[in-house]
Design a protein around this ligand. Structure first.
Ligand SMILES: [Fe+2]
Ligand SMILES: [Fe+2]
Length: 422
């Protein structure tokens, strides 16, 4: 028996060839039962990377919340986070049809195996950086998901990405609009935007990984899971991103080359490595192996670092005693009644974190109480004096109502002595 005969008589190989013939004839595969082992493995790997990378966008975007300058920007950030949760969920649901437990994959996977884009491992330094990243990187990500929506031979994946791509387009348009706004606003914001572009633009160009001549012809293309190669997507992104930069007045290391009649990088070594400590590119050309090794090392928010017990605060010693905080609250009075806030039933919540932040949730017996400011100032002073407290936050909990049963019986008697009948 020759090797060729051995291959063609292998039932698995025959099934792969039969499926490939259907795919090459333009048929879309709809039924899970039609998946061959090899096709199934390619789809699983594609989905795993896609779902996990949408999750790492969340931890990254969350770091932007603290630096968002106003409520509108914070709402936009929350909207993005909600969209990205949806993207992870949509692709995760499809992945579950392959028998994968997404709960486990999201929360119990060894973080060393978690697939993450390195740029998502760097906390956002200012809001300009966030909008610039949207303008350039959501644009980059969308070419990969758009290719899948337009060309994937597995029909359910195409449908899964419809909503995802609609929202990614919304993200990069939002990023483009605000990049222009901050670039034009004043000299200070213009510099913030240009600095962000210098950091983000090369990430967009490096987004798609190794060039085609070093990658060969991956199975994803053979089985038409995707159609565009890395080089095709990179060229599409370069054109789109450079046009946007030119329209906006941004300085980017790329241009339209009249001679070649094509978009080319201009003054940017490729590939290059970055310095994770400085969160900056080194602007020196390197080999692809070195560049990939550097990307894998990642940044300070790499999943393997975020998932450690210490990063989640587990095992940290509490520095503030709750008993001491409660005792301090007992000294803060409602000035109308001369009854302490806890006895008035006004303290609904005391949260203390491991860094010494105390967060107190209050309810007030009357809306528009004239003593609000006074009570809060006294509370902050009393609790702030407790050992280990770094900061005190007071939150009025509008969703809780105070009612007369919240006051303690003893306090009711004292209130009565002050002329209040509760
Ligand atoms: Fe997304
Ligand atoms: Fe996005």
């Amino acid at each position: 028996m020759t090797t060729t005969e051995a291959v063609t008589s292998d039932p698995n190989q025959a099934a792969e060839e039969a499926l490939l013939a259907r795919i090459n004839a333009g048929e879309l595969i709809e039924d899970m039962n039609d998946l061959t082992p090899r096709y199934r493995a390619i789809l699983e790997r594609t989905l795993e990377i896609a779902a996990q990378s949408e999750v790492t966008v969340l931890t990254w975007a969350y770091t932007g919340f603290a630096v968002a300058p106003d409520i509108g920007a914070k709402v936009a950030l929350c909207g993005t986070i909600q969209d990205e949760v949806g993207h992870a969920h949509q692709q995760g649901m499809l992945y579950e049809r392959f028998g994968v437990d997404m709960q486990k994959l999201a929360f119990e996977e060894d973080p060393n195996n978690y697939w993450s884009l390195p740029i998502m491992e760097f906390p956002i330094r200012n809001y300009a950086e966030f909008v610039v990243a949207q303008a350039f990187l959501d644009r980059a990500g969308r070419f990969t998901t758009w290719d899948l929506e337009l060309h994937c031979s597995f029909a359910p994946y195409r449908r899964t990405l419809k909503k995802v791509n609609f929202e990614e387009a919304f993200h990069f348009r939002h990023g483009a609009l605000w990049t222009k706004y901050y670039f034009d606003q004043n000299e200070e914001t213009k510099k913030l935007v240009q600095d962000a572009v210098n950091w983000i633009f090369p990430w967009g160009y490096h987004w798609y990984g190794r060039p085609d001549h070093l990658k060969g012809h991956p199975d994803q293309l053979t089985y038409k899971v995707r159609k565009w190669t890395n080089d095709t997507m990179r060229a599409k992104w370069l054109k789109s991103a450079t046009d946007f930069a030119d329209r906006t007045g941004l300085d980017v290391p790329a241009k339209f080359d009249e001679e070649k009649q094509d978009y080319v990088i201009d003054g940017m070594p490729y590939p290059m490595t970055f310095d994770a400590d400085k969160a900056d590119w080194e602007w020196k050309e390197t080999t692809w192996d070195r560049a990939i090794g550097n990307f894998k090392k990642g940044g300070p928010h790499a999943p393997r670092l975020l998932r450690t017990p210490a990063a989640r605060g587990v095992g940290k010693q509490a520095v503030v005693s709750e008993t001491a905080v409660r005792a301090a609250l007992d000294t803060v009075m409602d000035p109308h009644m001369n009854v302490s806030l806890p006895d008035m039933g006004m303290v609904r919540r005391v949260d203390i974190d491991a860094d010494g932040l105390v967060d107190v949730g209050l309810v007030f017996p009357c809306v528009g109480c004239p003593a609000w400011d006074l009570i809060q100032a006294e509370l902050k002073q009393a609790v702030g004096a407790v050992d280990g407290v770094k900061k005190v936050k007071v939150k009025i909990e509008w969703h809780h109502e105070w009612n007369r049963n919240d006051i303690t019986p003893d306090a009711r008697i004292i209130a009565k002595e002050h002329g209040y009948c509760i």
